[in-house]
Design a protein around this ligand. Structure first.
Ligand SMILES: [Zn+2]
Length: 475
């Protein structure tokens, strides 16, 4: 039972894994409502002999699957939620299956499936006694709303891990070393008095005025936060009709910054502004805290293990037909968007890739110093256990995430990325389970760089998984 046997088993299972990824692609489900997607993954794991616990963290579609026993305990994280409004066929122009319906615009149909494929492929080596310890797969719902892992972490799901790893579909095969922004997601709900806006406005108090004053206050706050901080909002409820003074209105904020401390400071400032807006308008304000997450801290030892395996696995085997369809999709992306993507890369790498529609050769890690301004609750896991992640090239170079082009790619040639990512995850997990020194080194680094007890849940005690959040138009 060598690592090559594990890779061979993934090759044998490729047709099955692609069928699972296609099934999830055909059944796109929004965060916390991924019943069918979670079910196919759980079934595959149970068929493979895993013990599965569902309903983790109070979320029916969150689960933890385990095989083997004792330590080291290595976790593979997977996601399977879709995005609203991105329904799309396999086509090189916008063509929804269901107008306004959801679609896999972030490739999560591949994401969870590859992790499950990796976990299943390792069981023979555990049975043979070649590997000691536990392989754990974490079914993490609602990544797009940054909910799943944070609520799973609060329930202690990741506490006993010795290391964790994950991947994400993208346009390059490369480990991810850079950080991401920590975040709080919260809604301010104002309540005033309804009245006829023409006949008796003096007896009304407008909740929408409060929302507008809050947003105006934030525009003045914006200049005085750090360059990497972000505050953005949408208005899920702005009242119903101009002739009714809105008695209820709400505004949903994301507060992002490179550290949790800065997110907390800026959130306090935002709360002050919300309170002041209520005072100015003689309305009442309530806060509903949806979720929060940490910045991401890559563990060098785990990331290096991923990179070694990425090099060993080699490029994804795309053929001429895949490249031709990828080129058609890429042609719909503006040139300046592709150029700005290439500008993130080292010059030499950018020159090699320019003009390629699909580029799946492993790219050495290059983003150590990059702070991306988006967020991921993989960050939370990275504050609990040594964590590594990588991107897999399953859509055309320069294609923006959360787009119809991504949905089209990942219902077609992107399916080939499943076996690739499964091998990298399985190979890296194999190396950790087979080598206690490597696990110890990862944990020494974690203790020195992050700190063993650094994680405190960003969630207030009364926060509950926001099952209605997609109905508010989350993205
Ligand atoms: Zn994603």
């Amino acid at each position: 039972m060598t690592k090559q046997d594990v890779f061979d088993r993934i090759d044998e299972e490729e047709t099955h894994l692609k069928a699972i990824a296609r099934e999830i692609w055909q059944t796109p489900e929004l965060g916390l409502h991924e019943e069918e997607s979670a079910r196919v993954l759980v079934e595959a794991l149970e068929d493979g002999g895993f013990d599965v616990e569902t309903g983790v963290g109070g979320m029916p579609t969150a689960f933890v699957a385990e095989y083997g026993e004792g330590s080291p305990r290595v976790g593979i994280l997977g996601e399977y939620d879709a995005l609203p409004g991105l329904s799309q066929r396999v086509a090189s122009e916008p063509d929804p299956v269901e107008a306004g319906g959801p679609g896999h615009g972030c490739g999560h149909n591949l994401f969870g499936t590859a992790g499950v494929g990796a976990a299943l492929a390792l069981t023979d080596a555990v049975d043979a006694g070649e590997l000691e310890g536990t392989v754990a797969f974490f079914g993490c719902p609602a990544e797009e709303t940054l909910v799943g892992k944070t609520y799973m972490a609060r329930a202690g799901a990741f506490d006993d891990l010795d290391a964790a790893m994950t991947w994400h579909p993208g346009d390059l095969n490369t480990p991810r070393m850079g950080s991401s922004n920590a975040l709080n997601s919260l809604v301010f709900e104002f309540e005033g008095e309804a009245a006829h806006a023409g006949g008796s406005p003096d007896s009304g108090r407008s909740a929408l005025d409060a929302v507008e004053l809050l947003n105006t206050g934030v525009e003045y706050m914006r200049e005085h936060v750090s360059d990497d901080a972000r505050l953005h909002y949408s208005i899920p409820n702005g009242g119903m009709a101009p002739n009714v003074v809105p008695a209820e209105a709400s505004v949903w904020y994301y507060v992002r910054a490179p550290t949790r401390d800065e997110v907390e400071r800026n959130t306090e400032w935002l709360r002050d502004i919300a309170g002041a807006a209520a005072t100015m308008t003689q309305t009442e304000v309530d806060e509903r805290f949806l979720t929060g997450c940490y910045d991401y801290r890559a563990n060098d030892v785990v990331s290096e293990t991923i990179w070694e395996n990425m090099e060993a696995v080699g490029p994804i085997d795309y053929d001429d037909e895949d490249r031709a369809f990828a080129a058609e999709l890429q042609a719909t992306v503006p040139d300046d968007r592709i150029e700005s993507r290439l500008a993130d890369l080292p010059d030499e790498t950018a020159e090699t890739i320019r003009g390629e529609a699909l580029y799946s050769d492993p790219v050495a890690p290059f983003d150590h110093d990059q702070q991306t301004h988006g967020s991921t609750e993989v960050g939370d896991v990275s504050y609990i256990t040594p964590t590594g992640q990588f991107r897999g090239a399953t859509w055309p170079v320069g294609t923006p995430g959360h787009s119809w082009q991504v949905v089209a790619a990942n219902g077609d040639f992107g399916l080939k990325g499943v076996a690739f990512a499964a091998k990298v995850l399985a190979g890296a997990t194999y190396d950790l389970l087979a080598d206690p020194d490597r696990v110890a080194a990862a944990n020494e680094e974690f203790d020195a760089e992050v700190g063993r007890d650094a994680y405190e849940t960003p969630l207030p005690e009364d926060a509950e998984p926001p099952f209605d959040v997609t109905a508010m138009g989350a993205d």
